[in-house]
Design a protein around this ligand. Structure first.
Ligand code: FES
Length: 211
């Protein structure tokens, strides 16, 4: 053993004690490296999961709408408001044209939406059936109730093509959030900025796109 130690020391120009010290220092450096790596990762993970405060301040939120079935709706929260994600069926989409004459602003000329959602369906052409809309009544801010069934409805009327009914003062909206005539609200429910990446929607951010 003693011979080996001597021969090692001779081969590297280092004694056994020198080698032990070097191993210790190398381990210490590796340890700091690992801690540094963890510290670099943590802010990224946090940025993927905005705090409640950040969300209320307007941080974008994401949702995988691929799991929404045709004809189904979910609500996600953005800026403390409910945002409706409704994947409209073919029948629902057809109904949008049938009631145009009953609407106060059918072409959304006086309503709030990004340019890419100013169309009959008030949606992005790449996912036309998906309605993305703030579920907030434009009269005094109540949350309208969804009426997704097509057909006579006590609140929506006999020729209802589905829509939303505000229980506060009776405003009615179609399945694109367009307001009916002769109700307290006068503009369509707002569409927030949004963008897609595959089946993931980001609400609150659109990179400034206009189409
Ligand atoms: S708040 Fe909806 S009708 Fe008044």
């Amino acid at each position: 053993m003693a011979d080996n130690q001597v021969s090692d020391a001779n081969a590297n120009g280092l004694s056994v004690e020198d080698k032990k010290r070097r191993r210790f220092l190398t381990g210490l450096t590796a340890g700091f490296g690992a801690i540094g790596g963890a510290a670099a990762v943590t802010p990224f993970v946090l940025s993927m999961s905005p705090s409640e405060r950040a969300k209320n301040a307007g941080a974008p939120v994401q949702y995988d709408f691929g799991k929404i079935q045709s004809g189904q709706m979910v609500k996600v929260e953005w800026r403390g408001k409910p945002v409706v994600l409704l994947k409209r069926s073919a029948e629902m989409m057809e109904g949008l044209d049938k009631i145009k004459s009953n609407l106060a602003d059918p072409d959304s000329l006086d309503s709030a939406q990004p340019g890419y959602a100013q169309n009959n369906a008030r949606s992005d052409e790449s996912n036309r059936e998906l309605l993305v809309m703030e579920g907030v009544c434009t009269h005094l801010g109540c949350s309208p109730v969804e009426k997704l069934a097509i057909g006579p409805d006590p609140q929506m009327g006999d020729d209802s093509q589905g829509g939303f009914f505000c229980p506060c003062h009776g405003s009615k909206f179609d399945l694109a959030g367009r307001v009916y005539k002769n109700v307290p609200a006068t503009t369509n429910m707002p569409v927030p900025p949004f963008k897609f990446e595959g089946t993931v929607i980001t609400i609150g951010e659109d990179d400034g796109r206009v189409s």
